[in-house]
Design a protein around this ligand. Structure first.
Ligand SMILES: [Zn+2]
Length: 503
């Protein structure tokens, strides 16, 4: 994501413009729709030539089948959801789901960002392999007690009914005009890894979401005249009654159901790039569509190919303080942002959110535990695009931001590698976005731009469709640089030691 403005930055240092686009970034990734064969497990090849390996891998991904009936009058989506659990390396006694929309039931994060109307996600009739199961819901987390423990090789199908009420004026998840923004809108399987189940609650700082690569089949039923913009390869014409969309190898499935948007279509090499806009945004829409195409090309050439067929950019407000947000294959952005010279198309926000397709979408990380990893790499990517393709030099800004983050660390003891909950809104962007971006910019001086790009390419290739950690990133950097950069990263990320000893 990208936020609007950081108070501390505004006070002392900075150019508003940079902050304006710091928003939430979700990236939606899309994989090719592989057709009927896939559904039977006889996978054909995808853009990464997965073939047989993918077929084997898919057993290790959750598979979601969601039925979604949208009612425009009540701002609700109701239906049934089925999740086939991935293969496990150990016995499971319980399973956790995130019910993020429940954050909007009783908003706890201040009046300024409170939705005008509450929203929620209710579930009922939960079954495991056809057997009734007990659930316990605490805020945004649901614990499901399995009727009997699941052995590692035992397959398990969890089914439930759900009812989603969209908040009005919510963050990311929102009903606005004749548009429903569906973000983190279905019960999302929590991640279990070496640290156990990740059941961290929602918070309004950062993007408090962590999911694994999954496969989706979503059937939407919408009233006449509505269009669907989703994480899958969608059609742009209005839906006639019902449509089933499938997408594999994505972390999340977002959707926008709308009667308010028009589309501009285009291509970045063989990736379809759709820009969705409302009346009154025509000028920005054209400029941002061009920017989106050039950003997709630029990131693809610098970091490695975008593995899906299509990406959607949706212009509009995404919630309080949020300039843009990333989902697999779908991003949102405000149409324009203010600068000292006046308002301009929000090219940096679009570039930022699209860069998340690489950092968050394809290479995942735990955004709750170490949010710097996707936001830092994404902010660096955004600045690189703005520098190389738009001719904007933010070097001075980065130097000043690095100094201020040193001061913040001295006063508050917080580093750039902390869980979301450790940051207040006012320092989050600086510590998690800007300082790591300044670090990578500095690294270009230390080891050369080509080496830094090679680090990013190697990291992308090695961790695509997986979850990477700070340690993984540093390991790749050391390997590619051919020397121990640990002192450099210790100084920049953990505020340890002297930066001049680096390299
Ligand atoms: Zn971001």
């Amino acid at each position: 994501m990208r936020k609007w403005v950081d108070r501390r930055m505004r006070r002392g240092i900075v150019e508003l413009r940079f902050w304006v686009s710091l928003g939430l970034c979700l990236s939606l990734a899309l994989i090719a729709l592989v057709g009927e064969l896939d559904r039977r497990g006889m996978r054909t090849q995808t853009r990464f030539s997965m073939g047989q390996a993918a077929a084997e891998q898919s057993a290790f991904r959750p598979v979601y089948r969601i039925d979604a009936n949208y009612d425009e009058k009540s701002d609700t989506v109701t239906g049934r959801m089925e999740v086939t659990l991935p293969k496990r390396s150990e016995e499971w006694k319980e399973v956790y789901f995130h019910l993020y929309p429940n954050a909007f039931r009783r908003w706890q994060w201040g009046e300024h960002s409170k939705p005008k109307e509450a929203g929620y996600l209710d579930v009922s009739a939960v079954k495991v392999n056809g057997q009734k199961a007990q659930t316990h819901i605490d805020g945004t987390v649901m614990k499901l007690q399995l009727p009997e423990p699941l052995a590692p090789d035992q397959s398990a199908r969890i089914e439930m009914n759900y009812q989603l009420k969209l908040p009005k004026g919510g963050s990311r998840l929102n009903a606005f005009g004749r548009t429903a923004f569906l973000a983190q809108w279905y019960p999302m399987l929590a991640v279990k890894d070496q640290d156990g189940w990740h059941t961290e609650p929602y918070t309004s700082v950062g993007d408090p979401f962590y999911t694994r690569i999954s496969d989706f089949e979503v059937t939407f039923r919408v009233p006449e005249g509505y269009r669907l913009i989703t994480s899958a390869d969608d059609r742009s014409e209005p839906v006639k009654g019902e449509v089933t969309l499938r997408q594999e190898n994505i972390r999340d499935f977002a959707a926008v159901i709308t009667k308010d948007y028009e589309v501009i279509k285009g291509k970045a090499d063989d990736v379809e790039v759709n820009l969705w806009y409302q009346k009154g945004m025509e000028r920005e829409a054209k400029a941002l569509h061009r920017a989106a195409i050039s950003a997709m090309r630029f990131f693809g050439s610098q970091f490695g190919p975008y593995p899906y067929r299509e990406v959607d950019v949706v212009l509009g407000e995404t919630g309080y303080g949020i300039a843009g947000m990333e989902y697999p294959g779908l991003v949102t952005s405000i149409p324009k942002y203010p600068t000292r010279e006046g308002e301009r198309p929000a090219v940096n926000v679009v570039a930022h959110e699209l860069a998340h397709q690489w950092w968050y979408g394809v290479v995942g990380n735990n955004q709750v535990k170490e949010p710097w990893l996707d936001e830092g790499l994404t902010t660096f990517s955004e600045l690189l695009y703005m520098h190389d393709q738009v001719g904007e030099d933010q070097r001075e800004f980065l130097v000043r931001a690095a100094k201020v983050s040193d001061e913040i660390h001295e006063k508050e003891g917080v580093t750039s590698v902390e869980p979301l909950y450790k940051y207040s809104d006012s320092i989050y962007g600086l510590m998690v976005y800007t300082r790591p971006a300044a670090m990578l910019w500095e690294l270009m001086d230390e080891i050369g731009k080509e080496k830094v790009l090679e680090i990013l390419r190697t990291y992308y290739d090695r961790y695509k469709f997986q979850v990477a950690t700070t340690e993984d990133f540093i390991r790749v950097a050391n390997e590619v640089a051919g020397k121990d950069l640990t002192p450099f990263f210790n100084r920049w990320l953990f505020f340890k030691g002297d930066i001049r000893k680096a390299g």
